[in-house]
Design a protein around this ligand. Structure first.
Ligand SMILES: [Zn+2]
Length: 293
């Protein structure tokens, strides 16, 4: 099934009907009506994103005086993931033993610097934002820009493949998933980081949730639609799928007004109780078996 040109009103993952997501704020975003799926997509996507600012996954962290900063204290025990989560996030969930890495997406390039310090010396890094390479070259990070043709790389040529905020923008996400898996050596590590459409931020901030405002985004995954996409791409290995607040906290664009603090607090409480998978980032980690094809 072609993913870049789905039927106008059908979910590109499961084929169910789409419904407008924010009727009060007409945009192109639509959500799949099948509850187990919950995929979010827009057609047509915003075409000119050349002027959009460089998005990195750590900036801007909500300041102490931001609205979320004020209410999150109420839920600290639930949202404060262990320092272990932060540590794993900073090493992009990669194994202790370094190897050859392919990293692709729109994440903070400083993670690449960090990996270099951890001994990862062979890194092929691609950033989807055109401005990223120049900005980071001076800081010692070698980045290429755009989405590479992964089909041109030889199979099983990387010890680890990381897709970080990449599927949201890809014209052909299933092809990207298939290629990422194909490039992985047996026993290699696959890591996928994506925005979570079932997240607290999406619930709290609705049309102002940060990922809806990032121009190149074509779609946003839920845990259900990500699982289904992996099945469609035939990445059917066992994997761990969880959510994390470690690299991203709920953010609205523009910032929410002070007057809404109490309403947000109530919404956040409800969401945190109802859905344990409500971190801002979906994280999927899979190891390729020795016998995988
Ligand atoms: Zn669907």
């Amino acid at each position: 099934m072609k993913q870049d040109n789905p039927p106008a009103q059908k979910c590109s993952v499961c084929g169910y009907a789409l419904q407008p997501l924010h009727p009060e704020a007409p945009g192109q975003w639509q959500r799949c009506s099948r509850k187990l799926c919950g995929h979010i997509q827009r057609e047509p996507i915003a075409t000119d994103s050349s002027d959009s600012p460089l998005f990195t996954d750590v900036a801007p962290a909500p300041a102490a005086n931001s609205l979320w900063g004020k209410i999150r204290g109420s839920f600290e025990n639930k949202t404060q993931s262990a320092s272990k989560d932060r540590e794993l996030w900073e090493r992009l969930y990669l194994p202790e033993t370094p190897g050859k890495l392919l990293e692709l997406g729109a994440g903070d390039p400083s993670a690449i610097l960090n990996l270099t310090r951890l001994g990862w010396q062979q890194i092929e890094a691609w950033h989807l934002c055109p401005q990223a390479p120049q900005e980071w070259q001076e800081k010692g990070v070698s980045l290429k820009s755009g989405e590479p043709d992964l089909s041109s790389y030889p199979a099983e040529s990387f010890d680890a493949v990381v897709l970080r905020w990449a599927l949201e923008q890809s014209p052909e996400p299933l092809t990207l998933l298939k290629n990422a898996w194909r490039l992985l050596k047996p026993s290699g590590r696959f890591v996928l980081i994506a925005w979570n459409s079932n997240s607290l931020g999406c619930e709290l901030f609705a049309a102002q949730w940060l990922p809806f405002t990032i121009a190149p985004h074509r779609r946003l995954y839920s845990p259900g639609s990500l699982r289904q996409s992996l099945a469609l791409a035939k990445v059917q290995r066992k994997f761990a799928l969880f959510t994390s607040f470690a690299g991203q906290l709920p953010q609205s664009q523009p910032p929410q007004p002070e007057t809404e603090t109490e309403a947000l607090r109530q919404k956040a409480l409800k969401q945190l109780e109802q859905d344990p998978l409500c971190g801002e980032a979906l994280v999927l980690v899979a190891d390729k078996a020795q016998t995988d094809d």
